[in-house]
Design a protein. Structure first.
Length: 264
């Protein structure tokens, strides 16, 4: 008579349930909470470690504890966890704020602009560095955010950039051709001169994808300094007349235009 193989020691120690096709797909508890739009994944992990989260009536302290999201009863501080109403907004980010929920150095963050608005938890969709300004999106819909930030299918991003020199046709072509920096090929999909002064100029630069400090690194490779950098559009959504530090909700048409529903 054949005997069943006993569970591994690690699995037995952790007490984690095993997944099967019949049980459904399991994901880590912290990931499930973040996918619901309840909080960020790192914040969910903190809640779990602090003992604030239970699954089917039992406190769980392992952020990677596997659960089937639509079958487990998850509670935070004794209250049933449920996906909040989806929220989508745009902010005109001022210069000098960092795009993060918490900053270890104590710097002001973009969430300062949302203080007192009684909004649900929201995550930035993409980023702008501290010295940059302009259009920044927020949402608690992870799937929508993922479609926007996908480098293959996400919308173009348009920037107005003040540089410290007068550009010529050679520079504009070099920016479109691109250059390899730190192992990455950086380039712009389109570049044009908006206006020029005596010593500097404004460019409009369009990117197909937004890598970390991409425009600053691309320009620096050609010894061009950035004086100001403003994101003025994401796909069809323009910053428009939205005031510095102001925000507004997006309507359903704008949300769909930015990140078309799968299959369309």
């Amino acid at each position: 008579m054949k005997t069943r193989n006993p569970p591994s020691r690690d699995a037995a120690r952790a007490g984690r349930p095993r997944a099967s096709a019949a049980q459904g797909t399991r994901h880590g508890l912290a990931r499930v909470l973040s996918k619901q739009g309840v909080c960020s994944r790192s914040e969910a992990a903190r809640w779990i470690i602090e003992g604030r989260v239970s699954v089917d009536g039992r406190i769980v302290r392992d952020p990677e504890f596997p659960v089937v999201a639509d079958r487990a009863v998850i509670r935070v501080d004794g209250q049933a966890s449920a996906a909040p109403e989806r929220c989508y907004l745009m902010l005109n980010k001022p210069r000098g704020l960092v795009t993060t929920a918490r900053d270890e150095q104590g710097r002001d963050t973009v969430y300062r602009c949302l203080d007192g608005a009684a909004l649900p938890w929201l995550a930035p969709v993409g980023r702008l560095d501290k010295a940059s300004e302009g259009l920044l999106l927020f949402s608690n819909d992870p799937e929508w955010a993922a479609r926007i930030t996908d480098p293959a299918t996400g919308p173009d991003k348009t920037y107005h950039v003040q540089i410290d020199r007068l550009p010529d046709d050679v520079l504009l072509q070099q920016l479109k051709t691109g250059v390899r920096v730190d192992g990455e090929h950086l380039s712009a999909r389109d570049v044009r001169v908006l206006r020029s002064g005596e010593r500097n100029a404004w460019l409009e630069i369009v990117l197909e994808e937004g890598r970390n400090r991409q425009i600053r690194r691309l320009l620096a490779a050609f010894d061009v300094g950035v004086l100001r950098l403003v994101r003025v559009a994401i796909g069809p959504l323009a910053l428009g007349e939205l005031g510095k530090g102001a925000w507004r909700m997006l309507d359903a048409h704008e949300c769909e235009a930015l990140a078309p529903t799968t299959g369309r």
